[in-house]
Design a protein around this ligand. Structure first.
Ligand code: NDP
Length: 470
C-alpha cells in the first residue's frame, strides 16, 4: 500500500497543522495510519488557492477540461490495485467490491468528461436573440462519507471540475486515505489549486459549509449533518446538493417468484454490507410468498463468507466503524426483545473487528426501531402484508424518500405502484442501481438536488440569460 499521505493545498503536499489522527482498519481494529489533520487556517488556504485557480480554470476550453478528466481516469485505472487496497484496509469491504468501486470511479469520470453543456436558444426573432448559458459557480466544497468513499468523491468532484469550478474536498475521518491519494493523482494532471483536500471532523466541515468564498456545498451523509450544513450555508446563500440517508422500502407482490428474485433482493439490500444510501432497507412481502421468500433470503445470507476483505475467499466484510456496529447490534437486539424472529445471523461473529453476519429478521412490523430507523448495515427486516394499499401507505409513511422498489412478474402493474412511492428513484424488479447517465437524488428528508447525467452536471452551474437586442 502507498505509505505517504498528505493534504493537498495549491498543488503542494502539506502536513496537517492540527497534528494527525488514527485511521482504523475495521477488520482488525488496528490503527493503520496517522492521517494529517487540517487546521481551520488550512481550510482558508485551500479556499484561497481554489479561488485563485478558478480565475483561469473557468475559462479553459471544454476540450482541455475533457482531456484532463480522461487523463485522470487513466491514472486512476493505472493505480486501481493500490487504490482498492487502500479502500479495503480503511473501509473494510471485500477486494472485489473495492475494485468495482475503483472501476465505477473510472467510468463516472469518463462519462462526466464527455458531457456537454448546451446553450439553449429561447428566442431568435428580428428584434432579439435570447440564449441561456450555464456558467460555473466558483469554489465548490465537497464533504463525503465513509461507505463508498472514492466513488462518492468522484461523484462530487468530476462534475464540478467538468463545469469549470474548482474544489476543496473533505473526506470522512473514517476513510480519508483513498481520497488523499486520489487528489494526489489528480494534481499530476491539473493546475495547482484546482482540486485541494483537507481533513478533520465537525469543525472543519463547518469551516467549509460556512465559508464566505465557497459558492456551493455538495454533501453525502446523514440527515442531521445535512441540516447543520444547510443552516451554516445560509450566510452567503450557498447552493446545496444534499444526498442524505434513506430508509428504502421494497414491496413484493404476490405474483413474484421467490426463487427468481431472492438473489437480486439480497444483493441490493446487503450491498456494501448494507452501508449504501439507496440500499433496500425495509422489505414488505405479500402473505402468499412471505415464508418462501424469507427462507430464500436466509439461504443467501448463510452462504456468505464473512471475513477480512483482503482475503480472497471473503464475500462479506466488516461494518465500517464502531458506532455503526453498535447501532446494528442495538436494532437487532431490540427486534429480538420485541418478539421478532432472527431467521439467520443476529450476533456479532468475531471478537476482533466489526464483523456482523448478514441477518434476516421476520415477524416484525412498522413501529419496531429496525423498521422505522435506517439501519445502514447488514440486517434486513421482512414485513408481512396482505393488502397492497396498506403496503403502499406503510412504505410512504416515512420522513425520508431516497429510493423504493416493486417486485412482480408483471412489470406494468409494478410500474404503476412504483410511481406511487414517495422517493427520488423507483425501481421495478431491481433496487439501488445508480448509473452515470440517470439522475439520482432524494425527496423529503433524503435531501434535494440530483447527481449524474446532464441534470447533475447543471447543478454545478449558474444559469445566465443572455438577451441581445438586434
Ligand atoms: P455524517 O453525516 O456525520 O458524516 C458524513 C460527513 O460529514 C463526514 O465527512 C463528516 O466528517 C462530515 N461532518 C460531520 N459533521 C459535520 C458538520 N457539522 N458540518 C459539515 N460536515 C460534517 O455521517 P456519520 O459518519 O456520522 O454516519 C451516521 C449516519 O449517516 C449513518 O448511520 C447513516 O445513516 C448515514 N450515512 C449516510 C450516507 C449516505 O450515503 N447517504 C453515508 C454515510 C452515513 P467526519 O466524519 O470526519 O467528522
Amino acid at each position: 500500500m502507498h505509505t505517504e499521505f498528505s493534504l493537498m493545498i495549491n498543488g503542494e503536499k502539506v502536513a496537517g497543522q492540527a497534528g494527525s489522527f488514527s485511521v482504523i482498519n475495521p477488520a482488525t481494529e488496528d490503527s493503520i495510519y496517522q492521517c494529517p489533520l487540517s487546521s481551520v487556517e488550512q481550510v482558508d488556504q485551500a479556499v484561497a488557492a481554489a479561488s485563485e485557480a478558478f480565475k483561469s480554470w473557468q475559462h479553459t476550453p471544454d476540450e482541455v477540461r475533457k482531456a484532463s478528466l480522461h487523463r485522470i481516469a487513466d491514472r486512476i485505472e493505472a493505480n486501481a490495485q493500490e487504490l482498492a487496497e487502500i479502500i479495503v484496509t480503511e473501509q473494510g469491504k471485500p477486494m472485489f467490491l473495492a475494485l468495482a468501486e475503483v472501476g465505477g470511479a473510472v467510468a463516472w469520470t469518463r462519462y462526466t468528461a464527455d458531457l456537454d453543456i448546451p446553450v439553449e436558444t429561447i428566442e431568435d426573432s428580428e428584434e432579439k436573440r435570447i440564449e441561456q448559458h450555464h456558467k460555473p459557480l466558483g469554489v465548490i466544497g465537497s464533504i463525503t462519507p465513509w461507505n463508498w468513499p472514492l466513488m462518492i468523491a468522484i461523484w462530487h468532484i468530476m462534475p464540478a471540475l467538468r463545469a469549470g469550478n474548482t474544489v476543496v474536498c473533505k473526506p470522512s475521518g473514517f476513510t480519508p486515505l483513498n481520497t488523499l491519494r486520489l487528489v494526489e493523482l489528480m494534481n499530476e494532471e491539473l493546475p495547482a489549486g484546482v482540486i485541494n483536500v483537507v481533513t478533520g471532523e465537525g469543525e472543519i466541515g463547518q469551516a467549509i459549509s460556512g465559508h464566505p468564498d465557497i459558492r456551493k456545498v455538495v454533501f453525502t451523509g446523514s440527515t442531521p449533518t445535512g441540516q447543520k450544513i444547510m443552516q451554516n450555508a445560509s450566510g452567503n446563500l450557498k447552493r446545496l446538493t444534499l444526498e442524505l440517508g434513506g430508509n428504502d422500502a421494497a414491496i413484493v407482490l404476490p405474483d413474484a417468484n421467490p426463487e427468481q428474485i431472492a438473489e437480486a433482493i439480497f444483493q441490493t439490500a446487503f450491498l456494501n454490507m448494507g452501508q449504501t444510501c439507496a440500499a433496500l432497507k425495509r422489505l414488505y412481502v405479500h402473505d402468499d410468498i412471505y415464508d418462501a421468500l424469507s427462507e430464500a433470503l436466509a439461504e443467501k445470507a448463510r452462504s456468505q463468507v464473512v471475513g477480512n476483505g483482503m482475503e480472497e475467499s471473503t464475500t462479506f466484510g466488516p461494518i465500517q466503524n464502531q458506532n455503526q456496529f453498535n447501532l446494528v447490534c442495538d436494532l437487532v437486539d431490540d427486534a429480538r426483545n420485541q418478539g421478532a424472529t432472527i431467521l439467520t445471523g443476529g450476533e456479532p461473529c468475531s471478537d476482533k473487528g466489526y464483523f456482523y453476519p448478514p441477518t434476516i429478521v421476520t415477524n416484525i412490523s412498522d413501529g419496531a426501531r429496525l423498521v422505522d430507523e435506517e439501519q445502514f448495515g447488514p440486517v434486513l427486516p421482512v414485513i408481512r402484508y396482505s393488502d397492497i394499499e396498506d403496503a403502499i401507505q406503510r412504505a410512504n409513511n416515512c420522513p425520508v424518500g431516497l429510493g423504493g422498489s416493486v417486485w412482480s412478474s408483471d412489470p406494468n402493474t409494478a410500474s404503476k405502484i412504483a410511481q406511487r412511492l414517495e422517493c427520488g428513484t423507483a425501481w421495478v424488479n431491481n433496487h439501488a442501481e445508480v448509473l452515470p447517465h440517470a439522475p439520482f437524488g432524494g425527496c423529503k428528508m433524503s435531501g434535494f438536488g440530483v447527481e449524474f447525467g446532464l441534470a447533475g452536471l447543471l447543478e454545478y452551474t449558474q444559469p445566465q440569460t443572455l438577451n441581445i437586442a438586434k
